[in-house]
Design a binder for this molecule. Structure first.
Ligand code: HEC
Length: 363
């Protein structure tokens, strides 16, 4: 099968196979690379947001809360603005209100929260437990699906790092009465210094970045594919014009030479002349072929001439032989004998006649 295919198709098939393999390999590498990039970008976004939230918490803890100490103690209603968790959540809600960030989520998930809304769900509880069990963990990240949407999360342990936290989170008796009045005496108490009480979790949607990844992939791959087709067409055209067609011409002429149908005029055709004028290997081959074909042609003509002459000579020799055969035969020799006899008799007769006439004259 393969041996029957012509050179041009072979080139095309081999090139197409090589380019296709290249395209698949580069597509694979590109897809992996783009996905890794997308992951890095998502992670970077999540880390940026979580650090921002931590900064907001620190600001409330260090700058706002101290200013409100007296008001908290005196106020019958709890001043939530003094709470780091509240400010972080509030800032994030403002952020989520902006276009494009609606699906982002921020949660300070606790196993025993002050605000029931912060209660860790089953998935988050596992994260909190993992962070509680391994103190060396600073980050947990991964993917989860919520409400049909895939989200990337980064979770960090929430530790009671300062005494100041215990002012509200140790016991209901020590906490501001307004806090207990608002949130009740059960949640968010009994926390210890150094204890990991929950996890600060940020959720970043992946769909948008994945869409961009797919679009970039499709774009780059179509550019690759178009380039691939163009390169294939170009190489095909080039090999056809510089190698396959000239070779085909030489091959056709050599076939003619073999069949003994080649004429000198065939060797003068423009196609062969153009190839033979080239300096490259094919040009040398064509020029060499032309010289060789000319030689063969002249020699063949000469041979034909010689054969013709030889035939004439043979014909003559045959004739000669036939004559010899006739001349050498018994019958011919007999015939010759008889002829000689007849000639002798004739001579004898004329001689006798002459003597007779001479006698007559004398008389
Ligand atoms: C002034 C009292 C007060 C102080 C001080 C305070 N918190 Fe809170 N904390 C609260 C209240 C009230 C909430 C619930 C806020 C809300 O979401 O409405 C809360 C919420 C939290 C939450 C979210 C889970 C939950 O219980 O709802 C965490 C985690 C937390 N605080 C940790 C800390 C840490 C750590 C500190 C010290 C840096 C701290 N808190 C200081 C009152 C306080």
């Amino acid at each position: 099968m393969w041996t029957k295919i012509n050179l041009s198709s072979k080139f095309t098939l081999l090139l197409a196979a090589a380019l296709l393999a290249g395209l698949t390999a580069s597509g694979f590498a590109l897809w992996n690379g783009l996905n890794r990039r997308a992951e890095q970008e998502i992670t970077a976004r999540a880390l940026l947001l979580i650090d921002t939230m931590t900064a907001v918490r620190a600001y409330t803890s260090n700058n706002v809360n101290p200013l409100l100490q007296e008001e908290i103690a005196a106020s019958p209603t709890f001043i939530s603005e003094s709470v780091p968790s509240f400010s972080a959540r509030q800032v994030f809600e403002n952020f989520r209100g902006r276009e494009g960030y609606e699906t982002f989520l921020y949660k300070e998930a606790a196993l025993n929260p002050t605000n029931p809304r912060d209660l860790a769900d089953a998935f988050e509880a596992e994260l909190v437990t993992a962070l509680r069990n391994d103190e060396s963990l600073t980050n947990l990240e991964g993917y989860r699906v919520m409400n049909g949407e895939e989200l990337f999360y980064v979770a960090r342990p929430q530790k009671i790092t300062a005494e100041s936290c215990l002012a509200c989170h140790s016991t209901p008796a020590e906490a501001p009465p307004s806090l207990v009045a608002t949130f009740g005496p059960t949640g968010g108490f009994g926390w210890q210094l150094g204890e990991t009480v929950g996890a600060q979790i940020i959720y970043v949607p992946t769909s948008e970045i994945q869409t961009t990844t797919r679009q970039s992939f499709a774009l780059v791959m179509s550019i690759f594919a178009i380039t691939f087709v163009l390169v294939l067409a170009l190489i095909n055209w080039l090999t056809r014009h510089t190698v396959v067609n000239p070779l085909g011409q030489v091959a056709a002429l050599s076939r003619q030479l073999g069949d003994d149908t080649l004429q000198l005029a065939d060797l003068e055709q423009v196609g062969l002349q153009t190839v033979a004028a080239r300096q490259d290997e094919l040009g040398q081959l064509a020029a060499q072929f032309k010289r060789m074909a000319q030689d063969v042609y002249t020699r063949q003509q000469l041979l034909r001439q010689q054969v013709r002459e030889l035939r004439i000579q043979i014909d003559e020799a045959k004739k000669e032989e036939a004559v010899q055969e006739i001349v050498g035969s018994e019958f011919f020799r007999e015939l010759e004998g008889k002829a000689a006899e007849m000639r002798a008799r004739q001579q004898h007769r004329t001689k006798a006649n002459r003597e007779d006439s001479e006698k007559l004259k004398e008389e």
